[in-house]
Every structure is written in C-alpha cells, then in structure tokens.
Write a protein that binds this ligand. Structure first.
Ligand SMILES: [Zn+2]
Length: 272
C-alpha cells in the first residue's frame, strides 16, 4: 500500500465515521423527540386522570350526581351547604316547643298507644314583605280529635284565638296538627283543611308533627303548602329562629314533661 492509498482509506474511514455519527445523532434525536412526545402525552394523560380522580372524590363528598361529566360546574354544588339553602319559613323556639308538647300531651308513654289522638292548633306569625319569608312566632293549641283526625270544632274558640293573635300584632299564617307515630304527610282530609286555609290566605302553611320522630336528629315536623290545582302538597324549607340545637330537643321536652301532664315542673323538698 502506498501513501496515497493509505490516505484514501483514512479519508474514507473519516467520512464513514462522520456519516455514522450523523446517523447516530439523528437517530438519537428522533428517539429523544419521540420519547419527549410520549412523555408529554403521558403527562397529559396522568394529569387528566388525577384531575378526574380529584373531581370524583369531591363528587362523593357532596353526593352530587348532577353534572358528573362537567367538572367545571361542580363547584356550585360543593359550596352550597345546608345553612346556605334559602329558607321560606323561620319558626320560633317557642312555637316548636308548644307544638311538640301539645302533640305529646295526647300521645305519650303514660297513655296506651291505641288511645293516642291527634291535636290541632293555629300558627301565628308575620310576613316579611321584602323577602317573602314567613316568620312563625307562636302556636295556639285548639283541641284534639280522634286517632287519625283532628279539626277545630268550636268556632267561638277560633274567634277567641283570632283576637288573641291580633293583639300580638300577628296573623294566622296556618295551622298545625299531629300524626303521633305515623310520620309527616298530608292526608286527603288534611288537604281539604289546607285548601280552606289557602283560600283565606294563599301563603298559608300546614305544619305536621310526629313527636316520635324527635330523636335528637330530627325536629319531628315538616311544613307544607298545597298545590290546589294539582291536588298535591310539597314541603317548605324552614329553619328554627335563634338556631336551636336539635340535639337538645328531646332533653328539653323531657324537662318540661311535668307541665304537659299538668304538674309543677319540680318541687322543693320542703313543698313535699
Ligand atoms: Zn293529618
């Protein structure tokens, strides 16, 4: 091999190596780009999955099934707590205690269950014209009826109550009656009574109490209004004024029980 030959080989070798390097570099770049792309896709996919997972978890907490496929709308459901739902009625603690104790007077553990009867009374309050919210301030016990039906029998008593309510600068905004141990709803007779009240005032309400549902978790009552045309009824959203803790209700009623039975709340030992 002469010198020229050697030189030629060397040049060839160099070119070959250069081409090899170039191909290597290009190939590596291509692989790198592909990997980068895949990584980006994966990152997107993973972040999508995570977002979905977070959204799913949030959904579970709120029990909101609506708009499950549109996470951006879920926020509305998450932030609305029970306290934030607009109320249609505010009822005073006095009314709650009066209605509950009246219901218990004719249906309690000292009376055999088959002798339990319903009680009935009037609800007095006022309307806030700006908000359209009814404020039930007081209850006026009227009487009691059969096991499944109570009505205001004496019109004289109704008139007496009407004047007492007017004196307090309130008006009759509805009526209440009890369903001792058979839940809160409006029967066909109840619907008839409610229709009469709504004829007098279209915003009149019907409170139904089952004192045996007062268990520390429930107030034991619902407040309804009737859709006269459709012959149906629906519950209204209410809250107790002054935020009475429902957990305390059974204990308070137990404490005032002697009054319900017509006895002194308590006696001193000296009085015995
Ligand atoms: Zn009823």
């Amino acid at each position: 091999m002469n010198h020229d030959d050697e030189n030629n080989i060397s040049i060839k070798e160099t070119i070959k190596n250069k081409i090899k390097d170039k191909i290597k570099k290009e190939l590596l770049e291509e692989i790198y780009n592909e990997l980068q792309l895949e990584e980006d896709e994966l990152t997107d996919e993973i972040s999508d999955m995570l977002t979905q997972k977070i959204a799913d978890n949030k959904l579970k907490i709120t029990h909101s099934v609506k708009n499950a496929s549109k996470p951006e709308k879920k926020i509305e459901f998450e932030t609305k707590t029970l306290e934030e739902i607009p109320k249609e009625i505010y009822i005073s603690v006095k009314t709650v205690l009066k209605v509950a104790s009246h219901a218990l007077k004719s249906a309690n553990s000292k009376i055999p269950k088959k002798k339990w009867v319903e009680v009935i009374g009037l609800l007095a309050g006022k309307l806030d014209d700006n908000t359209d919210i009814i404020h039930i301030e007081d209850a006026f016990p009227m009487g009691h009826g059969t096991a499944v039906y109570a009505e205001i029998k004496d019109y004289k008593n109704y008139t007496r109550a009407y004047h007492d309510i007017k004196k307090q600068k309130l008006f009759i905004c509805g009526w209440y009656h009890s369903h001792p141990s058979y839940g809160c709803w409006l029967s066909a007779e109840d619907m008839g009574t409610q229709a009469r009240y709504q004829k007098l005032w279209d915003k009149s309400v019907a409170l139904v109490i089952d004192p045996y549902q007062i268990d520390g978790k429930s107030t034991g009552f619902e407040i309804y209004r009737a859709d006269i045309k459709a012959n149906t009824w629906y519950p209204l959203v209410y809250d107790i004024k002054g935020s009475l803790d429902i957990k305390m209700l059974p204990e308070i009623l137990e404490f005032i029980n002697p009054i319900i039975e017509g006895k002194a709340l308590y006696l001193e030992y000296d009085e015995d």
